[in-house]
Design a protein around this ligand. Structure first.
Ligand code: THU
Length: 137
């Protein structure tokens, strides 16, 4: 199967595990590492609200904590309740976290299903002019 379709279907599966008693907005992510490893994530909310973590960061932190930090692309799917009929773009915090680990070729795929998705270049289309570790030198 085409790799993008595979990642999209894994993100849709991961989304089913979202813990969202407050927003009911369910997000799934699927991260492909350069070595072929794949990590999925869902959003996990909290009664205290601010500890909530997005699906993208769940996937990225899973990968980092398993020793993988070279990433190729990430798929994001999201929508209210069971619905999945619009594209869900990553929040600003997730953009900053993604930015920490990716190079100029990293892709982000916003998907509704395996036949309906958009591919973006992360640095060019999603997060230009970000603050990075280079700025600290
Ligand atoms: N959310 C994500 O998981 N990823 C995004 O890119 C956008 C927002 C989650 C956070 C919260 O649980 C819910 O969606 C509503 O904001």
């Amino acid at each position: 199967m085409d790799i993008n379709k595979k990642l999209i279907n894994l993100a849709i599966e991961a989304r089913k595990k979202a813990y969202t008693p407050y927003s009911k907005f369910n997000v799934g992510a699927c991260l492909l590492c350069k070595n072929g490893e794949i990590y999925t994530g869902c959003n996990i909310e909290n009664a205290s609200l601010t500890p909530t973590v997005c699906a993208e960061r769940t996937a990225i932190f899973k990968a980092i904590s398993e020793g993988n930090k070279d990433f190729k692309k990430i798929v994001v799917v999201g929508g209210k309740n069971e619905k999945l009929n619009d594209f869900c773009a990553p929040c600003g915090v997730c953009r900053q976290v993604i930015s920490e680990f990716v190079n100029d070729n990293f892709e982000i795929i916003l998907a509704i299903n395996e036949n309906n998705y958009k591919v973006y270049n992360f640095r060019r289309d999603i997060f230009p002019l970000g603050f990075t570790k280079d700025d600290l030198d």
